[in-house]
Ligand binder design. Structure first.
Ligand SMILES: Nc1ncnc2c1ncn2[C@@H]1O[C@H](COP(=O)(O)OP(=O)(O)OP(=O)(O)O)[C@@H](O)[C@H]1O
Ligand SMILES: N[C@@H](CCO)C(=O)O
Length: 308
């Protein structure tokens, strides 16, 4: 039997719409991600369990794990009789890469079980295709960090889909999921089809500046560059009182904050644990909307998907 854990991820990180993402890990040892097992069977079976199992599609063929198995079989050229179990620990439509956790977990578990018929690039290509089926367009900024760990910059040139870039080891990422759903497909549909020239120039400056600051290890500059003029102005209305939340966490010492993926989770950066804890408490009291909501103080997860 093979069991794989696939971690949560935050896509975009404000500056890198569709091209930047990081895997995250709560510092308290909680495992924030889906788990998938693959076992021997005489015919294909898929069982679902976990905290968010009720939020999965009713039709089992719409479960992305089933589609992972189908694509894996098609790519290998034969039907593979295995029993898969999805532990759905991630809320759906959260901005924490829930579908990516299932896609990456399922493909890595199958690839491990069958002794790695596919290499990293082939795996990423399949992951991108499956993520694209869900959100309406291929984007790797959740699947790449979930699979490879660290902070990933999507390149998609010369056969290289993604490479990791340096980050700041002392940064805490306070993540707050309010408990409401935002569909990625809908959050993409509300974005403009075209942007003004000055917005394109500013966007280039922010993302270039952030990557430069990461390489030259200038944390203040990096935090100042974490600005989103592509998605946040249009998506923030989907999140509970976003502007007020940003102002409040800034007063509590946040270096930066923004939308995780397509929301409604927000991330807040702090380089001080006491301040991160105060921010977390504030978010628990003011940002969570129902009992499904949660907060975690995280660090960037270096490992990505792994067998456990
Ligand atoms: N195993 C699965 N895990 C998560 N979503 C699934 C799964 N199988 C099918 N789906 C469907 O995929 C869609 C996922 O929606 P969406 O992309 O908005 O969520 P998400 O992956 O949590 O988003 P985000 O990447 O912002 O965290 C939903 O319609 C859901 O029903
Ligand atoms: N980059 C994607 C991530 C979705 O999780 C978006 O913001 O639409």
């Amino acid at each position: 039997m093979i069991k794989v854990y696939a971690p949560a991820s935050m896509a975009n990180i404000s500056v890198g719409f569709d091209i930047l993402g990081a895997a995250i890990n709560p510092i308290d040892g909680n495992m924030l991600g889906d788990c998938i097992t693959v076992e021997t069977a005489t015919q294909f079976q898929l069982k679902n369990k976990g905290r968010f199992v009720k939020k999965l599609p009713k039709d089992p063929k719409l479960n992305i794990v089933y589609q992972c198995w189908q694509l894996f079989c098609q790519s290998i050229g034969k039907e593979l009789p295995v029993a898969m179990t999805l532990e759905k620990n991630m809320p759906i439509g959260s901005g924490l890469g829930s579908s990516a956790c299932s896609v990456v977990g399922a493909l890595v578990a199958l690839n491990e079980y069958f002794e790695k018929p596919f290499n990293e690039q082939q795996m990423l290509t399949m992951m991108g295709e499956l993520e694209g089926r869900i959100s309406g367009s291929v984007h790797y900024d959740n699947v790449a960090p979930c699979y490879l760990g660290g902070m990933q910059l999507i390149l998609d040139e010369m056969g290289i889909i993604s490479q990791s870039i340096p980050h700041f080891d002392n940064w805490y990422w306070v993540m707050a999921y309010p408990g409401i759903k935002v569909s990625t497909a809908e959050a993409r549909a509300i974005l403009p089809a075209q942007y003004q020239k000055q917005d394109c120039i500013a966007h280039g400056r922010y993302v270039g500046g952030f990557v430069h600051a990461c390489y030259s290890q200038q944390p203040k500059l990096a935090a100042a560059m974490l600005k989103d003029n592509i998605a946040e102005p249009y998506r923030k209305k989907l999140l509970p009182h976003f502007d007020e939340t940003q102002k409040a966490v800034k007063k509590l010492g946040a270096l930066a904050s923004g939308i995780s993926g397509s929301g409604p989770t927000i991330y807040v950066v702090s380089d001080d644990l006491a301040s991160a804890q105060q921010i977390e408490l504030w978010l628990q009291t003011h940002y969570l909307q129902n009992e499904d909501g949660f907060t975690h103080i995280c660090k960037i997860d270096q490992q990505g998907a792994r067998t456990i």
